[in-house]
Design a protein around this ligand. Structure first.
Ligand SMILES: NC(=O)c1ccc[n+]([C@@H]2O[C@H](COP(=O)([O-])OP(=O)(O)OC[C@H]3O[C@@H](n4cnc5c(N)ncnc54)[C@H](OP(=O)(O)O)[C@@H]3O)[C@@H](O)[C@H]2O)c1
Length: 286
């Protein structure tokens, strides 16, 4: 994993309670930064991902290592997901927070995207968070600090060429989050949404990094994403955050005047096509 790991800062835990948090995708770039920040606040983590070795190394490096649990599972496998849920239900003290962070991305033109890649992106980024949230809700509802945090993407709000399936998955995640926030609005469970712009993790291939550079798109560190996520968790009510400037402005312009953004992105198609071709030749798979 090429991402740097955050040393969580020592700011006080303002949730007023040490929470038990199921963090999916904990072995990834943003997941590791989040784990360090949350553990530094005194929270107990259930570290989820597929890579057991990476999860164990992460766990050993966290403040209060003995309190955290490693829970490896491929979330696309219904049996492994069921086993993960069984483990969560058997925990004394329950689970307070679910952070749906696990995700996959693929930079490709639609013509180069087969059914299996489409299925894998939509299931990982959309179906799995929806199903996990549904199945954990009874536990979250038993907590006075119950919360769900869904990690979306700026591409869920600005349809970007080369990311049509990824964007669709994150757009769907935003729609799900918004409806659920309202559905649970009269309950104690908070429903948060965070949409980062590009983040410096190994989710992005060399071609994506090159594309961002060529288009002048800025990126954030995983630590910055982790801080924003903590701010949501520690805020008093359900909320959503969009990261980065000018991306926040583009999201608003795109919602009001999409044809303006159509024009700007169509002009960039030759560059996008060139990097998509490079990505294709380098054989990016999921
Ligand atoms: N990086 C960006 O530019 C960016 C921008 C906006 C939003 N995001 C979102 O941020 C989230 C985290 O991304 P990241 O940048 O940290 O990516 P990353 O470094 O590639 O990490 C992805 C994580 O998801 C886990 N994962 C993927 N498929 C899984 C599955 N089937 N079962 C269980 N775990 C699975 C991976 O587990 P393994 O380690 O076992 O593979 C890994 O822990 C994603 O939802 C992503 O869409 C990222």
């Amino acid at each position: 994993m090429s991402a740097n790991i955050a040393g969580g800062d020592s700011t006080e835990n303002t949730t007023g309670k040490d929470l038990t948090i199921l963090l999916t995708g904990a072995s990834g770039g943003i997941g590791q930064a989040l784990a360090h920040n949350l553990a530094a606040r005194g929270h107990r983590l259930l570290l989820q991902g597929r890579n057991q070795v990476a999860l164990k190394q992460l766990c050993d490096a966290l403040p209060g290592a003995h309190r955290h649990l490693v829970m490896p599972a491929d979330l696309l496998d219904p049996q492994q997901r069921a086993e993960l849920l069984r483990s969560c239900r058997s925990l004394s003290g329950g689970v307070d927070v679910l952070i749906n962070n696990a995700g996959v991305a693929r930079f490709a033109l639609l013509a180069d995207t087969d059914d299996s890649a489409m299925r894998s992106i939509l299931e990982t980024n959309l179906l799995v968070p929806m199903a996990l949230t549904r199945d954990l809700l009874p536990l979250l509802q038993q907590s006075t600090k119950g919360a769900v945090i869904n990690i979306g993407s700026a591409f869920g709000h600005i349809g970007h060429p080369g990311f049509s399936i990824y964007g669709a998955s994150k757009s769907g995640l935003h729609g799900f989050t918004e409806a659920l926030r309202r559905e649970l609005g009269d309950s104690q469970v908070k429903v948060h949404y965070l949409a980062p712009r590009a983040v410096d993790t190994s989710l992005n291939t060399d071609a994506v990094v090159g594309l961002n550079r060529a288009l002048g798109n800025r990126s954030d560190s995983p630590q910055r994403v982790a801080q924003q996520c903590l701010a949501l968790l520690e805020g008093g009510r359900s909320a959503r955050r969009f990261m980065g400037w000018p991306e926040r402005l583009f999201i608003k312009v795109n919602a009001l005047l999409p044809s303006l953004v159509d024009g700007a992105l169509v002009k960039k198609m030759p560059v996008i096509r060139r990097f998509a071709e490079q990505n294709h030749l380098q054989g990016e798979t999921l």
